[in-house]
Write a protein that binds this ligand. Structure first.
Ligand code: NAI
Ligand code: ISE
Length: 334
C-alpha cells in the first residue's frame, strides 16, 4: 500500500520533504498540497508532485478522504491548528519543529493525542536520526562513564533580517534542547542565557551570539553557543565530557586536501546538506509508522518538553536570571 501524503506549507523544507518522499523514499506519495502562497504549491506540483491536488486551506487537505497522512511544514505559529485538526481526523501527522510556539499550545496537542488514545504525531527533531548523534549516543551510553558536562555550538553562517533574539531559542537552540535530553536521557531543571559582545554582522533586534547554560536533573551542566552570523559555515558541535573520557560528535564527511601550502577541508554551509540523510531516515520512519496508523520517533511529549524549555530560555534571555524548569508528569502514552 502507498501512503497518500498531504503537505501543508510548501516553502523551503516542505518542498524538500516532498522531493524526498516522491523521489528518494519508499512507501509514500505526495497527493495533496496546501499553502497560503498558492504559487509555491504550484511550483512544487510542477517540479515534484505532478499528481497532487492543491487545497485552499490546510483543514480541507486534512479532511480529504484521499489523504492518509499529513506533513505540517508551514510557519511555526500555524503548526498547532493543523496538528490538532489531524488528530481530530485520526490521521498520522509529521510536524516540523516547533510543535507549537507556546508550551500551552503544545500541551493542547498532547492532551488531544492522549484523548485519542494512540500516537499520531512525530515532531521533526531529525538529529535523533543522524548517524553522528547515534554513534555519539552509543559511546556516551557505554564508554565514558557518567556524563558531567556538555559543550555544544550551533552556528549558522547568516540568517534573514526578520530573525530576532528569541528565535535563537525557539528556531535554532530547540534542536539542542531536544537532542541533548535524548543524548543524556535526562531532563532540564534550569536555564540561563549570557550575551558576549555582539557581532558587527548582527542587527539591532538580534543579540548574536548567545550562550545558553542548561542544568539537568542528574546535575549535568551544558553550555550551548548559538551564533547565527558566524559567516564561515553551518557548524554543529557537541562534546560530552564524562567521568572516564570525552566524546565528540563526528564531523561530516569531507576530503582533506593539501594545496598551496595549506591543509584544508570544506565546511558545509546549509542545514539541508548537513542533515540530508537524517531527514531521509526520519521521514522513512514516519511513512512506516503512519502506514500502520500510528507514529514513532520524537513525540508530542518531546515537542511539549522542548516548548517548556524554550519558554524558560526566552525568559532567561529577557531577565538575565537562572530560570527554573519544571515538567508536569508524563502521560503513559509516552
Ligand atoms: P518557509 O518560509 O520557507 O516556508 C514556510 C511556508 O509555509 C511558506 O511557503 C508559507 O507561505 C507557508 N505558510 C505560512 N503560513 C501558512 C498557513 N497558515 N497555512 C499554510 N501554509 C502557510 O519556511 P521553512 O524554512 O520551510 O520552515 C518551515 C518550518 O520548518 C518552520 O517551522 C521551521 O522551523 C521548520 N524548519 C525545520 C528545519 C529542520 O532542520 N528540522 C529546517 C528549516 C525549517
Ligand atoms: C532552521 O529553522 C533550522 O531548523 C536549522 O536546522 C537551524 O540550524 C536554523 O538555525 C533554523 O533557523
Amino acid at each position: 500500500m502507498t501512503l497518500r501524503i498531504g503537505v501543508i506549507g510548501t516553502g523551503a523544507i516542505g518542498r524538500d520533504h516532498a522531493r524526498r518522499i516522491n523521489k528518494v523514499l519508499q512507501g509514500g506519495r505526495i497527493v495533496a498540497l496546501s499553502d497560503v502562497n498558492i504559487a509555491s504549491c504550484e511550483a512544487v506540483k510542477n517540479d515534484i508532485a505532478p499528481d497532487a491536488q492543491i487545497f485552499t486551506t490546510g483543514e480541507e487537505l486534512i479532511a480529504s478522504p484521499d489523504v492518509d497522512a499529513v506533513l505540517v511544514t508551514s510557519w511555526g505559529a500555524t503548526h498547532e491548528q493543523y496538528v490538532l485538526a489531524a488528530i481530530a481526523a485520526g490521521k498520522p501527522c509529521f510536524c516540523e519543529k516547533p510543535l507549537a510556539t507556546t508550551a500551552e499550545g503544545a500541551r493542547r496537542i498532547v492532551d488531544a493525542e492522549v484523548a485519542f488514545g494512540r500516537r499520531l504525531v512525530q515532531v521533526g527533531f531529525m538529529r535523533r536520526y543522524d548517524a553522528g548523534y547515534l554513534a555519539l549516543k552509543k559511546i556516551v551510553d557505554s564508554q565514558i562513564g557518567a556524563p558531567l558536562m556538555v559543550h555544544a555550538a550551533h552556528r549558522n553562517p547568516a540568517v534573514p533580517e526578520q530573525y530576532v533574539t528569541p528565535m535563537a531559542i525557539h528556531d535554532t537552540l530547540i534542536h539542542e534542547i531536544d537532542v541533548l535530553r535524548w543524548l543524556l536521557d535526562d531532563d532540564y531543571v534550569s536555564a540561563q542565557v549570557v550575551f558576549p559582545r555582539v557581532s558587527s554582522h548582527s542587527h539591532a533586534k538580534l543579540r548574536d551570539p548567545q550562550i545558553v547554560l542548561l542544568e539537568t536533573k542528574k546535575g549535568v551542566r551544558i553550555d550551548v553557543e548559538v551564533f547565527v552570523n558566524c559567516r564561515y559555515g553551518y557548524d554543529i558541535q557537541c562534546q560530552v565530557v564524562g567521568e572516564e573520557g570525552l566524546a565528540n560528535l563526528p564531523e561530516p564527511l569531507s576530503v582533506v586536501m593539501r594545496k598551496d601550502a595549506s591543509l584544508q577541508n570544506a565546511i558545509l554551509t546549509d542545514w539541508k546538506d548537513r542533515f540530508i540523510a537524517s531527514y531521509d531516515v526520519e521521514l522513512q520512519d514516519f511513512i512506516l509508522a503512519a502506514a500502520k496508523g500510528t507514529a514513532s520517533g520524537p513525540s508530542s511529549w518531546d515537542g511539549y518538553v522542548a516548548a517548556i524549555t524554550s519558554d524558560a530560555c526566552v525568559a532567561a534571555q529577557e531577565t538575565g536570571a537562572i530560570v527554573p524548569i519544571a515538567l508536569p508528569p508524563r502521560p503513559i502514552l509516552y
